[in-house]
Design a protein around this ligand. Structure first.
Ligand code: AMP
Length: 214
């Protein structure tokens, strides 16, 4: 099964994708994670994208489509979760073509619906494990008191450079201008499922499971 998790920054796409990896042996393809890796690698491409990401703007379609193309060719396990991709209609069209080339199809697009007011506090409270990428939140899922990641034991945690209020405003603007039209696009294709993404993480996890099992 191949699915897209769609929603604004802070909707919980990364967190829920991690559960789908655990629960269904799926492969998480996060273009944000891939771009952060490229940024840290010190390559020419990394330098270029770092500035764009820090501002909260979108990286060009060519770059992210290229990153996704590379990942679709290997073992497909329980299917792909596209997390943070596609973010434009051009990317959505490219994804259709790429899946077709692989003899795959898109099964569902899950729109994680959240109140905009909740996003600022979710994002500015966010931290991730430097070892395995597990996502924590100072309020809803704090880093354990012993300072160790319960998943991998690492003791270092990172906060993203673009998880500040100013970048978030720009990321939200990009979302509403360029990404939210995908909601109508996938609705028209009969692929859209809307999920209430407010409330406890496990409640949202159960709602997504309900949609995928239906
Ligand atoms: P994310 O981790 O999904 O919040 O992405 C962080 C940043 O990476 C975004 O604000 C964009 O600058 C960039 N980015 C991630 N995915 C894409 C994409 N599909 N298209 C364009 N830019 C992206």
């Amino acid at each position: 099964m191949n699915i897209i998790l769609l929603g604004p920054p802070g909707a919980g796409k990364g967190t829920q994708a991690q559960y789908l990896v655990e629960d269904r042996n799926m492969i998480q393809l996060s273009t944000g994670d891939m771009l952060r890796e490229a940024k840290d690698s010190g390559t020419e491409m990394g330098r270029k994208v770092a500035e764009v990401m820090a501002r909260g703007d979108l990286v060009t379609d060519d770059i992210v489509i290229g990153l996704i193309r590379e990942k679709l060719e290997g073992d497909k396990k329980g299917g792909f979760i596209f997390d943070g991709f596609p973010r434009t209609l051009a990317q959505a069209d490219a994804l259709d073509d790429l899946l077709q080339e692989q003899g795959e199809r898109l099964d569902a697009v899950i729109e994680l619906q959240v109140d905009d007011e909740a996003l600022v506090s979710r994002i500015t409270a966010r931290a991730t494990c430097a070892g395995c990428g597990e996502v924590f939140n100072d309020i809803t899922k704090p880093i354990p008191e012993d300072g160790k990641c319960p998943k991998c034991g690492a003791t270092e945690f990172k906060r993203r450079a673009d998880d500040n209020e100013e970048s978030l405003r720009q990321r939200l603007m990009e979302y509403y201008k360029k990404t939210s039209p995908l909601i109508g696009y996938y609705y028209a294709k009969g692929k859209l499922a809307r999920v209430d993404a407010m409330g406890e993480i496990d409640e949202v996890r159960a709602r997504i499971a309900g949609v995928l099992d239906a």
